[in-house]
Design a protein around this ligand. Structure first.
Ligand code: ADP
Ligand code: MG
Length: 115
């Protein structure tokens, strides 16, 4: 449930910073060791020197698209991801837009579970 809420916030952010014509891509990939969940938008992205602070509580970057909010969504998302032993990061795409990546370790199947 907490992971669902974290993803919900990230997708809502992406939609808020998108115009009607732009797309938001949600992508899940699994490797042997972890899941990688990516949310990519085509919006303005975030200034490079502010990228790491968007995961801090109450940090919001003023812009016409900021709308209303308390700047807690990404802080909570980071807590949830870390509680699952993973990590979260954000980066601007080569042609603009923001990508938020969540890495979650996969449970190791124990011998008794696998046949
Ligand atoms: N997809 C995005 N594109 C551009 N800026 C973003 C995006 N997602 C988050 N941000 C920036 O990070 C800040 C913090 O996001 P968040 O913690 O979800 O708080 P809130 O949604 O309440 O503003 C936002 O206010 C915005 O400045
Ligand atoms: Mg938010």
């Amino acid at each position: 449930e907490l992971m669902r809420r974290a993803l919900d916030n990230i997708v809502r952010n992406a939609l808020r910073f998108s115009t009607r014509e732009q797309t938001v891509q949600v992508d899940l990939r699994g490797t042997e060791r972890e899941w990688l969940l990516c949310v990519t938008d085509q919006g303005p992205g975030v200034e490079k020197n502010k990228l790491s602070s968007i995961f801090d509580p109450f940090i919001r970057i003023e812009s016409p698209q900021s709308g209303k909010g308390y700047g807690l969504g990404l802080a909570i998302a980071r807590k949830v991801v870390m509680a699952h032993g993973g990590h979260i990061e954000a980066d601007n795409g080569p042609h603009g837009g923001l990508t938020v990546r969540i890495f979650i370790p996969r449970w190791q199947e124990t011998a008794s579970q696998s046949h």
